[in-house]
Design a binder for this molecule. Sequence first.
Ligand code: SF4
Length: 305
Amino acid sequence: MSYSNNIIFGPIPSRRFGISLGIDLSPSKKQCNFDCLYCELEKAKTVDTMTTYPSVEEVIAEVKASFVKHPKIDVITITANGEPTLYPDLERLVDELNKIKKDAKTLILSNGSTIYDENIYKALLKIDTVKLSLDCVSEKCFKKLDRIHNGIDIEKIIDYMIRFSQETKNILVLEVLFVKTLNDKDEEIKALYEAIKKIKPHRVDIGTIDRPPAYNVKPVSFETLEKIAETFEGINVNIAFKNRPKLQSSFSEEEIKNMLKRRPLTQEDINNMFDEDSKKLLEKLVLNQIVSLVDSSGLNFYKIL
Ligand code: SF4
């Protein structure tokens, strides 16, 4: 079977990473070891490995052809119609991509569940940015929300995320997707925060459902995400929310410092929360080197020094 027409998508401009070329390692059907309630793809029976997939040679030939047509690619994003780490030849694929990527970076978007497979772990260490999901910490929540394949061990996932974060020389980003009445309960949020503190990722993206989900579940509100971000004290939290409300208010220098001590804020947070005078005060704090602007995998955070 030839997959050549649908392995590659883009390149498309991405706000965070520049020009992104996408690779779909499962172009013919959904192959995932989760069946998340919020999945944007159709419901599907879980699997623990891909059975139909393009060869490494086919993928590399397509990436090379894209580089000829679009020499200015900033990031090669490894994804799948499902879970990309179920691709049986992941490490060899990453090795081959690293040989041809020139100045581009590699990025993988994974549900994180395979990190304790030593071969996948080794492949992930060779990718420039690894973005892993972690929606729940309690097994009950994990099973209910992500509807995982039998035998997946959440405690082991977290242990290996901690180990990976210590070992990688690259960027680790975590993503948590919140769903109403499922993982938005206080005890789950607290447990997530404890796990995130141990994992120490560069950044945590928190968001909610914004496209029609596979099952009948509801998103949480922007206010809930803001409250969660407040709970994740000291962590680089990026709130991803379409059409977030603008609530520009006035803050004193002291208030700004206290807010940033609690948690770093993104440029988008500032644009939504700060009025013009507060933005000027923040600029002054940056000029006086009390606050710095720190890049975390394409996103700038204002942090207290
Ligand atoms: S891990 Fe991703 S692809 Fe798999 S079911 Fe969940 S949302 Fe869908």
